[in-house]
Design a protein around this ligand. Structure first.
Ligand SMILES: *Cc1c(COP(=O)(O)O)cnc(C)c1O
Length: 393
């Protein structure tokens, strides 16, 4: 048979994550390619879900999600950011942030419409845009001087040049995977101006909203003047509560945008696990101390791995949030991140992800490799010890 896959999805075959995971298993490597924690979420959250299942919360919940979770999400947004959403018409629960973003793109983007993203780009956005028949325009985030932390920033002129009459939407991820950049109100101001000037919808991926470091605060784009009415905000319990397998997410926005998501999503997944939704609703109220402790622990893990990467000869670009740190391999005398990521499991028994795969302009990320630090300290220490063997003479 000829290739049965539809043309628009070719090129989205085996991901680098699958390849690196297979290599990691083959070589018994520590896998710092995968972005999930190796410890569990708060005990009350786990017990809350188990209890609900035992109590019989096992049938379809309402399509838009359990009212308890929609109310908790709305209360949380109001308390932390001063953003008011009607839990009935402006909050909608999805199977993780991924389904929310994909349903949003499918519900809002016509074939041929352009969607602006920032590269390095989270891998589900290009796939969602391709499913919708949209056209992706990537604006590059580039690292600043390493001795100032190497924070990744975009050039406002490049953003303005990427937006035009065919632009329907922009997808903004902050805190940003994989660079760790937390966009400032000023940077969001540039994005907000562009959106309003060209009547563009913003889809914001805020799954790391709680995981910021060094006192840096997450800014929701919807808090900027004129933006609430054109922003669909997406978040999720997975990263906040270290339960990435739960796939419990939500979208928040004006009713018309939420309705577009709902119209698509009711035929994709219809609804999401109800027992987990009830547990997450409780945790959003009761487990914020746990989240704060988790954020502090992650910051220490960032520092622990970064120090080890520096000692091994990498230039480390300090992330302000997320699970990831980007490292520049050129001080090791290397230029090809893909090559290093393919050999690292054999030479050091550590797996990482080459950043190049997250770029439409591959030269921009050729020399960068992404490491996850959301792992137990002893795992990070062992990875650092193994990487130490790479040290240039
Ligand atoms: C992990 C991740 C997601 C996926 O969230 P789910 O709730 O598991 O679907 C979405 N966006 C980014 C940037 C992520 O890192």
């Amino acid at each position: 048979m000829d290739e049965p896959l539809v043309a628009r999805m070719r090129g989205f075959g085996e991901t680098i994550f699958a390849e690196m995971t297979r290599l990691a298993v083959e070589t018994d490597s520590i896998n710092l390619g995968q972005g999930f924690p190796d410890t569990d979420g708060p005990p009350s959250l786990l017990a809350g879900a188990a209890r609900r299942i035992e109590q019989g919360v096992n049938q379809y919940p309402p399509g838009p999600g359990r009212p308890e979770l929609r109310a908790a999400v709305a209360a949380d947004r109001a308390a932390r950011y001063g953003l008011e959403y009607d839990p009935d018409s402006e909050v909608y629960v999805t199977v993780g942030a991924t389904a929310g973003i994909t349903a949003a793109v499918l519900g809002l983007v016509e074939p041929g419409d352009e969607v602006v993203v920032f590269e390095p780009v989270y891998d589900s956005y290009p796939a969602a845009i391709a499913m919708a028949g949209g056209v992706r325009r990537a604006v590059t985030l580039r690292p600043g001087p390493p001795d100032e932390g190497g924070r990744f920033v975009f050039d406002p002129d490049e953003l303005r040049a990427a937006v035009g009459p065919r632009t329907r939407a922009i997808i903004v991820n902050s805190p940003h995977n994989p660079t760790g950049t937390v966009l400032t109100a000023e940077e969001f101001g540039v994005i907000a101006d562009v959106c309003q000037e060209h009547d563009v919808i913003a889809i914001t991926d805020e799954v790391y909203e709680h995981l910021t470091f060094d006192g840096v605060a997450h800014v929701p784009l919807a808090t900027l003047p004129g933006m609430r009415e054109r922003t669909l905000a997406v978040s999720s319990a997975g990263k906040t509560f270290s339960v990435t397998g739960w796939k419990t997410g939500w979208v928040m926005g004006p009713a018309a945008l939420v309705r577009a998501v709902q119209t698509v999503n009711q035929f994709l997944t219809f609804t999401a696990n109800g027992a987990l939704q009830l547990a997450v609703a409780d945790a959003l109220r009761d487990e914020m101390d746990w989240v704060r402790a988790q954020r502090a622990a992650l910051q220490r893990k960032r520092d622990r791995l970064s120090e080890g990467l520096r000692a091994a000869g990498f230039t480390v670009l300090r992330p302000q949030g997320t699970y990831f740190v980007m490292a520049d391999i050129r001080p090791l005398g290397l230029t090809e991140g893909v090559e290093l990521a393919r050999t690292l499991p054999r030479t050091a028994r550590v797996a990482a992800v080459p950043a190049q795969v997250f770029y439409d302009h591959p030269d921009e990320g050729r020399h960068l490799v992404r490491f996850a630090f959301c792992k137990r300290d002893e795992v990070l220490d062992e990875a650092v010890a193994r990487l130490g063997a790479l040290s240039p003479a």
